[in-house]
Design a protein. Structure first.
Length: 354
């Protein structure tokens, strides 16, 4: 009888013991931690869904009395990049740590390492006649459009992608309205907030610089080293012939008998005439301005002949506007500069080894 009672008691307590063995011993503080982490995860997911993609994620404007050509020069050169990068060493890092591909895209350091951030830049402008002589004489609108895409090296996953616009509009009273516009952001929302804060600094620093007395009046010779590289005539004419071929490709996209098609035809004729022109002793040349403070360079192709200068500008604009050819003008100038540098190097070797 005693034995049977003990067995009965053991059998009745078996489920309780099994429950204790199977149930993990989790303290109340650990449970609160798990609940807190779960809540944070849900909140982060919800924030990413609602904040990870945004159009028009920032916009800043101000009006200035500075000259349009000075503003176009500022936004079209490395001068604006010095403001955008905040610190001088970041300018050098961004410029020297990356490289251009054959399509003119620039790759530099991204969040996951070197070469993972793709950067493309497009320039657009519109000229107007402000004197009444029928000839455009002022850049009334200028826009620099920057596109960033940060991709992981594993799987090609896009961490963030962003498009920004910087430029100005000339107003009817002759003043200019400067604008900075965040066109589109898509990616991790903390990165978006970082660029929104960055945009506040950039517009502040830009306004301060443009409003200064030195803007548009400083003597570049005092603060920069100017290097002149003559362009050999054979290389320059080959550049014109190559530019002619690119305009011909752009011409194929135009509607037959349209105004745009006739403009392309006129440009082709001008380029063909210029490629056989005798320029005498007036050699085209590259003018490189190296700023001592940042070691950045501003490269200009200088042609003394006004007709040649205007034709090249129109041709490069027509090529840049063609579908899939927006980077061709930059690539063409890079190739010409490479030929100039190679020619210069060959000449120095000949002088050292007579």
């Amino acid at each position: 009888m005693t034995l049977s009672i003990r067995l009965a008691r053991a059998a009745s307590s078996a489920p309780i013991l099994a429950g204790r063995l199977l149930t993990p011993n989790v303290s109340s503080s650990a449970k609160r931690q798990i609940t807190r982490l779960g809540g944070l995860g849900v909140a982060a997911y919800a924030a990413q869904r609602h904040l990870g993609a945004k159009d028009d994620f920032f916009e800043h404007r101000f009006v200035t009395t500075k000259k349009p050509e000075d503003l176009a020069d500022f936004y079209g050169t490395e001068a604006f990049m010095e403001v955008f990068c905040v610190l001088p060493f970041m300018v050098n890092f961004m410029m020297r740590s990356g490289s251009f591909d054959d399509e003119g895209k620039y790759s530099t350091w991204g969040l996951t390492g070197p070469g993972e951030l793709e950067v493309s830049i497009d320039f657009d402008e519109r000229e107007e006649d402000t004197t009444g002589d029928g000839e455009p004489d002022t850049i009334a609108w200028f826009n620099k459009r920057e596109h960033f895409k940060d991709v992981t090296p594993f799987g090609g996953f896009t961490l963030w992608e962003m498009t920004q616009n910087f430029g100005y509009n000339r107003l009817d009273d002759g003043t200019c309205e400067v604008y900075h516009h965040g066109e589109r952001f898509e990616g991790f929302f903390p990165v978006r907030f970082l660029f929104q804060l960055h945009s506040q600094y950039v517009i502040w620093a830009t306004k301060r610089y443009i409003s200064s007395e030195e803007f548009g009046t400083e003597d570049l010779e005092d603060d920069a080293e100017v290097v002149r590289q003559n362009v050999p005539m054979y290389a320059f004419k080959e550049f014109l012939r190559g530019l002619t071929r690119e305009v011909e490709k752009a011409r194929e996209e135009q509607e037959p008998q349209s105004v745009s098609a006739r403009e392309h035809d006129e440009t082709i004729k001008r380029l063909q005439r210029l490629s056989t022109k005798d320029y005498g002793t007036s050699l085209p040349h590259f003018r490189t301005i190296r700023r001592r403070s940042t070691a950045l360079t501003k490269l200009q192709l200088v042609v003394d002949d006004k007709d040649t200068q205007k034709t090249i500008k129109v041709a490069m604009a027509q090529v840049g506007d063609a579908k899939g050819m927006k980077d061709e003008p930059i690539v063409a100038l890079d190739r010409l500069q490479e030929r100039v540098e190679k020619s210069t190097g060959d000449s120095e070797e000949e002088e050292e080894n007579p």
